[in-house]
Design a protein around this ligand. Sequence first.
Ligand SMILES: Cc1ncc(COP(=O)(O)O)c(C=O)c1O
Length: 468
Amino acid sequence: MSELPSNRSFEQSPSDATGSSGEVALPQETAERLLERARELGPLGSLQSDRVTLGRRDLAALETLAERLANNYPYGDPHYIGQMLKPPHPVAWAAYAMTMLLNPNNHALDGGPATAAMEREAVSEIAHMCGFEQSLGHLTSSGTIANLEALWVARELNPDAVILYGANAHYTHERMCQVIGARHEHLPQDEGGRIELDALAQRLSAGGVGTVVCTLGTTALGALDPVEQIADLCARFSVRLHVDAAYGGFFALLADGGTPSVVSAPFSALPRADSLVVDPHKHGLQPYGCGCVLFSDPHVGRLYAHDSPYTYFTSDELHLGEISLECSRAGAAAGALWATLQALPLTRAGLGARLASARSAALALASALARSDQVALVVEPELDVVCPFPRLTRASEITARCNLAFDSLAEAGWHVAKLRCDSSWLRRRHPWIEADEERVTTLRCVLMKPEHLELAEEIAATLLQHLV
Ligand SMILES: Cc1ncc(COP(=O)(O)O)c(C=O)c1O
């Protein structure tokens, strides 16, 4: 892991006192910059006067926060290729902070008329990107809540029917089906980490299914379910289709046949979905607190109907709160997304350039690793997630080596994630593996940052050095 800051004010708190891990620390320079920001930001925190004067205790609280925040991985640093994490775009950050000075609430128009309009505009740009014209949609506080709304609508429309998702789907689908009390089942995944189509067809022909959930950009591998074929099956059996594109949705900007590309058929089929989730707080460069759900049939808005004697009195228009399950929501999230899309429109040349560098970085890393016969990839990357492991015989050896590499990479300042999967599943693509243990651990790298493209060769060399 990166060098521990030596400055006294950044000393790590003991993990037993803070519940935090004492082994993780920002590089000293970053931690110091954070402290500087704390001192600069405080005085800007009001519109009622030119500057706010912070008292001694206020400043001390911010400084202690900066110290405590030093117990973090350096998410903005290109050496961090672990989870789907990166800092928001500076425009999003400034727009969020600026809007927050007013702190509008997008629940009702009187809570934030300007940001409500911005939410509608930003959501309609996302809808347009996905080919969802005439749709109904809104921002949510997360991908989980966005998916919850889509599953809830599915259940409201078809209360007794099964919601079907793949073993490759995010775990939130199972949990949210439990929350809403919907019948639910899962299907196996194929060797590419996509929903098994034969199993889906078989299950649909048995009847009783109301909705199929597919994933465009799985969390584990960035795999793309074949939405176009799943949509055909859903049409044949008159079943709803929900696409969870929380991670992969913005890659639609690259599905135009240009270079770099992503497989275009699943993205072209998005307009065939009944509901769709895209998370601006993943590849949309937004701070956390920004998911988005879209419905192709605006009439599902009627399911949200509720009485509220204390809101919705300033206009006859449908308010955002009348078409969402959440009440208070940060208008600042809408302001930040709207401003970001002004600066980086949803085109290949706009926000697409960010997706393109992530995609190119993954391709470059995969091809650099392919030059070695000592490592293999769980699957070929379909987006920007690359999961390498050493070509050892036994699952237990692969796991042991990956665990060691994870630690030694961290000591060298590189942060990756791990992926645990069934050994028998991994063997389907890599039949030389002996499944001496049920589960096997590989490394998982998410190349979301613009710098990753230039670093791809170095990342490959570093991974090889630690894995082999
Ligand atoms: C495909 C997919 N769906 C849903 C989620 C959950 O989203 P959130 O973490 O915003 O609640 C994730 C998170 O990684 C995801 O990758």
